[in-house]
Design a protein around this ligand. Structure first.
Ligand SMILES: Cc1cc2nc3c(=O)[nH]c(=O)nc-3n(C[C@H](O)[C@H](O)[C@H](O)COP(=O)(O)OP(=O)(O)OC[C@H]3O[C@@H](n4cnc5c(N)ncnc54)[C@H](O)[C@@H]3O)c2cc1C
Length: 422
């Protein structure tokens, strides 16, 4: 009995990861991507242990990723002090002893996923079509068709939308009830910079999360050599047009100017070095949007996952991790799925997938909202003093030697999730 042929829309991070997970179960897929090739949008991705378990146990690429990224046990928290130094107050221990977190360049992760799809035994099951923009979807009782710009049709048994925040697949599922993504109110601005250009006090440990009165700075090593650092800060920037306004903000130089203005007087290292080295050539900019709660994620044969279903702001480093967890569960559910042969219909399978993943994503959203509010600038010196006292107290009293053990969010293992609906 042949397994389903899956149409995957989107070759961002989620699309190739899903194709790979399915190919490991001998399930064929066709990825449809509108871009002409892989686009390098730069930046670094933090893969918390819950994401690394998918890399290890579902995709089997954890080992090769560790060779390309920077493995860490904890995220270190620092506070700007009155003497303009950063004080290391503790952190969050994300590692459970067996699985660490990994920071990795986003293009390197993307390339690794695409390369794994090309390996012997996988490439026979995965077709990747670049320059293929999906215009609309035709769904019947027996299958689904992707109609591309230009009229070409691609047929499959089911379709999974991994087409990101502006998802066309979500529009098919929700019609007029498809909501607009909502701007988080905080933009992320940063750069990749050679470590040799940064003054690094011995009190600062990577990955470093630094609270200042004006906002927070996050800094990661790009790989084990530590020669390059990615840093990012969050700024409260009024909303602009999603299609053109943010590109204008970055390209006009306003993004760089805003960071330099806010941190003009800072002498705190490494923040001073980061801001000093920022320019219009190396700036990375991201205005994170989130999806409001959707009425549903699926029809009978079409389902969405990743940012298309539940884009989450980056404050807790869980955006792509949630997409990878989706893929872990969905690929396990599709293993051996032969609807119509006394097995569950795809509709039931998608229903179970959505119910299970919604609970988890809601919990991650709550944690992200907490992390997000702590990143905002503090109005005045008095509020800043209170905030510092609060941060210190949390790590001193809730942590062991200042370190709080990883939360249920990072301890989660999607491979232990029940498949009991079958
Ligand atoms: C700068 C930055 C930093 C981030 N940092 C982190 C982090 O530290 N940790 C973390 O977990 N997450 C992070 N994220 C979030 C993370 O990148 C996303 O959650 C993740 O990439 C979602 O993947 P996706 O495949 O669902 O969507 P996307 O990566 O947006 O991919 C969607 C793909 O679909 C294609 N597509 C769209 N419409 C069509 C169509 N009609 N036809 C064909 N193709 C189509 C697009 O071209 C695109 O390639 C970050 C994101 C950014 C931008």
């Amino acid at each position: 009995m042949p397994s389903p042929h899956v149409l995957i829309v989107g070759a961002g991070l989620a699309g190739p990861a899903l194709a790979l997970a399915l190919a490991k179960q001998s399930i064929k897929s066709t990825i449809i991507e509108r871009r002409p090739d892989m686009q390098d949008i730069g930046g670094v991705i933090m893969l918390a242990p819950n994401a690394m378990r998918v890399m290890d146990k579902i995709l089997d690429i954890g080992h090769s990723l560790r060779a390309k990224g920077y493995s860490f046990e904890a995220i270190n928290i620092h506070l700007q002090e009155a003497d303009n130094k950063l004080d290391h107050v503790g952190g969050f221990r994300v590692s459970d002893g067996a699985t660490n977190g990994l920071s990795i360049s986003r293009p390197v992760l993307h390339e690794a996923l695409l390369a794994a799809c090309q390996e012997e035994g996988m490439k026979e099951l995965i077709e990747l079509r670049y320059g293929a923009k999906m215009e609309h979807i035709e769904e019947t009782d027996s299958g689904v068709e992707a109609v591309l710009e230009g009229g070409e049709r691609i047929t499959g048994d089911i379709m999974i939308g991994c087409d990101g925040i502006g998802s066309r697949v979500r529009k098919h599922i929700l019609g007029d009830a498809n909501p607009e993504p909502v701007y988080s109110g905080i933009a992320v601005i940063g750069a990749v910079t050679p470590a040799s250009t940064v003054t690094f006090p011995s009190t600062v440990q990577l990955p470093a999360f630094c609270y200042t009165q004006h906002g927070t700075f996050l800094s990661f090593a790009m790989d084990q050599s530590g020669q390059e650092l990615q840093w990012a800060t969050s700024l409260q920037v009024p909303e602009r047009d999603r299609k053109t306004g943010w590109d204008e903000y970055r390209m006009s130089g306003d993004a760089v100017r805003d960071v330099k203005r806010i941190y003009a007087d800072t002498t705190v290292e490494p923040i001073r070095s980061f801001v000093h080295g920022l320019n219009n050539e190396n700036v990375k900019f991201w205005a994170p949007y989130q999806m409001p709660d959707l009425p549903t994620w699926h029809t009978s044969r079409v389902c969405i996952l990743g940012d298309a279903a539940h884009a989450i702001p980056p404050s807790a480093g869980q955006g792509s991790a949630q997409a990878f967890e989706d893929i872990g569960l969905l690929s396990r559910l599709l293993q051996g799925a032969q609807p119509g042969k006394g097995k569950a219909e795809y509709n039931q399978l998608f229903e179970y997938f959505e119910r299970t993943r919604r609970q988890r994503v809601d919990a991650v959203r709550k944690m992200t909202a907490g992390a997000e509010s702590s990143r905002r600038p503090t109005e005045n010196s008095w509020m800043w003093w209170v905030k510092k006292m609060g941060v210190r107290a949390v790590f001193r009293f809730m942590g062991t030697k200042g370190y709080i053990q990883g939360s249920a969010i990072t301890r989660y293992d999607v491979t232990t999730e029940s498949l009991s609906f079958r």
